[in-house]
Each structure stands twice: as structure tokens, then as C-alpha cells.
Design a protein around this ligand. Structure first.
Ligand SMILES: Cc1cc2nc3c(=O)[nH]c(=O)nc-3n(C[C@H](O)[C@H](O)[C@H](O)COP(=O)(O)OP(=O)(O)OC[C@H]3O[C@@H](n4cnc5c(N)ncnc54)[C@H](O)[C@@H]3O)c2cc1C
Length: 298
């Protein structure tokens, strides 16, 4: 198992905007990878009713079996997040949480983030610094000439990290749907990269991303989302992996690479537009459901 649990302590919190809470955590000096982080996924373990679980130091390798053996009613919750920043000298990790705290939408992670205070402990499960195999990173432009990224607010931290580490030779476009105009952040686009913010305000979730993608590819306006049959699974497809077991042709050199992350039903809709509608090869796209409307993670 290339991931390990690191016990981490809140050093500061900051309300960035109406729907984002930034939490800085110490204790991550030995967290990896040493190279690019891009959209590295990490797991956070939050305290349950009887506090934070303890992973003895000799359970580093088999932490997941230990986690699974614990009573789900008391062990707390584990959720997936991205790295906004990792300061390797101080071992301070920055995580930006979306605050989806409306009635019926709040979960243990965003509830914890909204009230976290310095001194609170959680576990961060991540690769260790000496692991050079690169687990958990899906941003894979390979030798593409251009890159197009689309994401909702849950993908903003990963998108911002990718922009900070942007490969110098690549041009590209980035489209980010956020709940309100006040949730836009300072993201410095490198030369050759354009960033478009899409404040949702009163629009339907994902509608702006879908519209901008249809404009981008000259595709006809998409059919309403209600035509989708309810799908219990979270979509996760990369140039090298398909959650549905689909065979993927080998990747051809050059061309464009597409990275799309957000609410699973919206991403699925965009997948259909790109792959079926525009004929983009599956090997040039990563489609990732970061959350699912109406379903808790796990
Ligand atoms: C690879 C990856 C990276 C991610 N990175 C980040 C990140 O950096 N920051 C971040 O905030 N999220 C990120 N997410 C999304 C995050 O894991 C989910 O939003 C998660 O469900 C939050 O857990 P929770 O305990 O707050 O809610 P849950 O208990 O999982 O869900 C409770 C309810 O809230 C709803 N819900 C969940 N998320 C949202 C949302 N964003 N808006 C509205 N309703 C929601 C669910 O549908 C459910 O009804 C990432 C997900 C993945 C897979």
C-alpha cells in the first residue's frame, strides 16, 4: 500500500470566500511526493464520536485493514481531498474545503472544516516523501500539445495546484465553475493558458461547464440532464484506467489532453459530449467524479 497515515494538527484556518474554508495542517514533513503534486488525491480521516482513531506506528503498511476492522459507527469518517500547497521545509499542508453546509448537504468533512481550530488533530493519508512511483496523480498530459481542464469548486484546489506547476511547453484552457462570483480566487495563469471563471449563482449545477464545453467543441447544445438514468457508481476514467472496465486504445502522440473533474453526473454528461459527440479518443481524457449529488462518499 503506497499510502500511509500521517497524524496532523491544525495550525490555522481561514474563510477564503463564502463557500471555501482553508485549513493548514502541520506534521507533514515526510509526506510525498517530492516532485510535482498536481492533482494528487489524499485521504483525510476525521474524528468520530469517541475521538480520532489511533494508528499504532507499526500499522503504517496495513493502515487500511486496521481502518476496515474498526466499528463504522465510532471510527469517524474518511474523505478524499487535494493538496492546495505543501511546504516541504515546514511540513505544512494546505487543504481548501468546499463548505456545502446547506440542510441535507453537510457531511462530516465540511462540518469539521467549518469549525476546525488550531490544535485539532486529524490523519492525512498520503504517499511518503521517499515514494517515487507517483501514486494518486491523474493529471497525465504526457506529450500532448495542449491541455483543456474543466472543473467545479471541488476541483478548484487541484486545478490551482496544476496551474502552479504548469509544464512550461504546454498551452491550454481552464474553466472553473464556482458557486458564486465571490468564490473566484487569485490563480496566476502562465503564458499560453487562459482561465475562465463560471460563477453558478442561480444556474443549475454543471450547466455552465456543459455549455462552455459545447461552445469549445462546436457541439450542439446538450440534451437535458434528466435523460441520464440514475447511476449508482462514481465515474473514474483516465488514459490508463476505466471504472467500468472499458478497453482503452493506446495513446497516440501529440494532440490535446482533457482533464475533467466535478460532480459525477455532470462529468458523465461531459464525457458523452466529448467521446461520443466529438469523437475525442478515450486515451486523451481523464474524467473524474469528485463527488455525487445526494450520496455521501464511502
Ligand atoms: C480526487 C478528489 C479530490 C477532491 N478534492 C477536494 C478538495 O480539495 N476540496 C473539496 O472541498 N472537495 C474535494 N473533493 C470532494 C470531496 O471529497 C467531497 O465533496 C466529499 O463528499 C466531501 O465530504 P463530506 O463529508 O463533506 O460530505 P459527504 O458525507 O461525502 O456527503 C454528504 C452530502 O453532501 C453532498 N456533497 C458532497 N460534496 C458536495 C459539494 N461539493 N457540494 C454540494 N454537496 C456536496 C453529498 O452529495 C451528500 O448528499 C475531492 C474528491 C476527490 C475524489
Amino acid at each position: 500500500m503506497p499510502y500511509h497515515p500521517f497524524r496532523a494538527t491544525v495550525v490555522s484556518t481561514q474563510r477564503l470566500s463564502p463557500n471555501f474554508q482553508r485549513v493548514r495542517l502541520s506534521g507533514l514533513k515526510y509526506m510525498g511526493p517530492r516532485g510535482h503534486i498536481h492533482d494528487l488525491r489524499i485521504k483525510l480521516i476525521f474524528p468520530g464520536p469517541s475521538g480520532l482513531v489511533e494508528f499504532p506506528t507499526d500499522t503504517q503498511e496495513n493502515w487500511f485493514e486496521v481502518w476496515q476492522s474498526l466499528d463504522p459507527a465510532t471510527r469517524g469518517a474518511m474523505r478524499t481531498y487535494s493538496v492546495r500547497e505543501l511546504d516541504r521545509d515546514t511540513g505544512i499542508l494546505t487543504v481548501d474545503f468546499v463548505l456545502h453546509t446547506a440542510p441535507g448537504q453537510a457531511g462530516p468533512a465540511c462540518t469539521w472544516a467549518s469549525s476546525a481550530t488550531p490544535g485539532d488533530d486529524i490523519y492525512v493519508v498520503a504517499p511518503s516523501a521517499d515514494d517515487e512511483s507517483g501514486p494518486g496523480i491523474e493529471f497525465q498530459p504526457a506529450d500532448a500539445n495542449e491541455v483543456h481542464l474543466f472543473g467545479d469548486e471541488t476541483a478548484l484546489p487541484a486545478l490551482a495546484r496544476i496551474v502552479d506547476e504548469w509544464p512550461k511547453t504546454l498551452t491550454g484552457t481552464i474553466h472553473i465553475e464556482v458557486p458564486t462570483a465571490a468564490d473566484r480566487q487569485e490563480v496566476n495563469a502562465p503564458p499560453g493558458v487562459s482561465i475562465e471563471w463560471l460563477p453558478r449563482e442561480d444556474a443549475q449545477l454543471g450547466a455552465l461547464l456543459i455549455e462552455v464545453l459545447s461552445r469549445h467543441r462546436g457541439l450542439p447544445s446538450p440534451a437535458p440532464e434528466t435523460e441520464d438514468a440514475p447511476d449508482p457508481d462514481i465515474l473514474w476514467e483516465t488514459p490508463a484506467f476505466s471504472s467500468s472496465g472499458e478497453e482503452i486504445d493506446p495513446r497516440t502522440s501529440g494532440g490535446a489532453y482533457w482533464w475533467i473533474a466535478g460532480e459525477s453526473g455532470v462529468v458523465k454528461h461531459m464525457r458523452r459530449m466529448l467521446v461520443r459527440g466529438a469523437g475525442i479518443p478515450r486515451s486523451q481524457v481523464s474524467f473524474m467524479g469528485y463527488w455525487k449529488r445526494g450520496a455521501a462518499e464511502g
